[in-house]
Write a protein that binds this ligand. Structure first.
Ligand SMILES: CC(C)(COP(=O)(O)OP(=O)(O)OC[C@H]1O[C@@H](n2cnc3c(N)ncnc32)[C@H](O)[C@@H]1OP(=O)(O)O)[C@@H](O)C(=O)NCCC(=O)NCCS
Length: 392
């Protein structure tokens, strides 16, 4: 079915990989007689939020046959999945959208942006030079999880938006000699290590192309993660200096990724930006009480907001967020609201990537009492933008 709706090959390998990370009882389908006409599922994941981590349902593989589209099948699947996430105690649901317009009606808002690069490494250059302190090591396919996992976990603790990974998730991400050979391209895993241990890694592949002018290979970076600033810098120095490569492509970087300010010629990175992870708040009190507030995580203040939420009407109404030493107490109140906003907007505020003022500038959040935007701005945004490096 997904081959028809997504127009791509669902190889046995892909199916096996998805099965390994799925709870089968969390997959739902619509049937007509004995045929599938719609499917969707939810992965049980944990998402980093400011100051911690919380369970989150990762909605995936939403598809309805073209013969059955626009009859409300997806809406019904979504209803069941969202209600099930809530029943399981997941305060939020999240997804990567094939098309953003599909999910906004269900209260999803942009949680992270994704910067995509189509870089010309030879023209790009670093604005400053620095000595190399460590060394790089290429690992054989099937090796390296124990080396890269601590790097990922350390990076995951530094920004909201990262997802938890079980060993089965890692299997799909790291090179595997059998699985990852597709059209002659194999995934490579390189790590950057200093005397302190591994500080960065990258998973990438190269697409060779030879012409009359020589090589114009493409290097495609699936994931490049550093746990320290120098690790991040070094792994990108490596990726942008592999011989014979003419273009380096990647997806899903945060909009404040260090590489964007390390460049001598930033436009040569060929950066474009799109939506990343979409968030849906399912339980307002549990979600908002599960993160910290204030730029240093020790914020203080209060904001009262009037929330519109048609798809999850239990969330609609007036809420007070009272923050003391970075932690919130969230209650439903009758008091006058400082702000009025939709479920989508609260979702965008949640991971810290947006300020209320930025959403008000877009006409989304409305200030009902003077000082409401400033109060929210002192609590929600984080020093680093949220980053979700992984699609699911
Ligand atoms: C997207 C898809 C799942 C929609 O399924 P569907 O059963 O036709 O959707 P529904 O009939 O339940 O639509 C519910 C609402 O969403 C709207 N909608 C559905 N697909 C939409 C789209 N691609 N863009 C904008 N709005 C869309 C419908 O118009 C309807 O609006 P309404 O509530 O105002 O009447 C289906 O078209 C599909 O499989 N597409 C290809 C695969 C894909 O893109 N999947 C999403 C992966 S993230």
């Amino acid at each position: 079915m997904d081959e028809i709706t997504f127009s791509e090959d669902a190889s046995d390998e892909l199916v096996k990989r998805v099965e390994a990370v799925s709870d089968k009882e969390r997959f739902v389908c619509a049937m007509e007689d004995d045929r599938f006409v719609g499917t969707a599922g939810v992965f049980s994941l944990h998402l980093t939020v400011p100051g911690g981590d919380m369970p989150a349902g990762g909605v995936t593989w939403v598809s309805v046959l073209p013969t059955h589209r626009r009859r409300g099948i997806m809406r019904e699947l979504m209803r069941r999945m969202i209600d099930d996430c809530h029943r399981r105690g997941e305060p939020i649901a999240m997804l990567w959208a094939a098309e953003g317009a599909i999910y906004q009606r269900f209260g999803f808002g942009i949680g992270t942006f994704s910067v995509n690069l189509d870089a010309e490494p030879k023209a790009f250059g670093f604005a400053r030079d620095w000595p190399i302190e460590g060394r790089f090591r290429l690992l054989a396919a099937g090796e390296g999880r124990e080396v890269v996992e601590p790097v990922y976990e350390a990076a995951r603790a530094q920004r909201s938006g990262f997802l938890s990974r079980t060993p089965d998730w890692w299997l799909g991400i790291l090179p595997d000699a059998e699985k990852d050979k597709k059209g002659g391209e194999a995934k490579r895993l390189v790590v950057y290590e200093t005397d302190a241990g591994a500080e960065a890694y990258a998973v990438y592949k190269t697409k060779p192309e030879w012409g009359v002018r020589g090589s114009s290979h493409q290097l495609i970076v699936d994931e490049a993660i550093g746990s320290t600033p120098s690790g991040t810098r070094e792994i990108w120095r490596y990726l942008l200096s592999v011989d014979l490569v003419r273009t380096v492509k990647t997806w899903r970087l945060p909009s404040d990724h260090p590489l964007l300010v390390l460049a001598a010629e930033p436009r040569r990175l060929g950066a474009t930006m799109g939506d990343g992870l979409w968030i849906r708040i399912l339980d307002v009190a549990a979600a908002l009480q599960g993160r910290t507030y204030g730029i240093d995580g020790h914020g203080r203040g209060q904001v009262c907001f009037d929330l519109r939420d048609e798809f999850c009407s239990r969330n609609a109404g007036r809420w007070s967020l009272e923050v003391e030493d970075g932690r919130a107490r969230v209650t439903q109140v009758a008091a006058e609201a400082d702000l009025a906003l939709d479920a989508n907007d609260l979702a965008s505020l949640f991971l810290g990537g947006f300020s209320a003022t930025a959403l008000a500038a877009a006409g989304r959040v409305v200030e009902m009492r003077p000082g409401g935007l400033a109060a929210a701005d002192s609590l929600f945004p984080t020093p680093l933008k949220p980053w979700c490096p992984q699609e699911f």
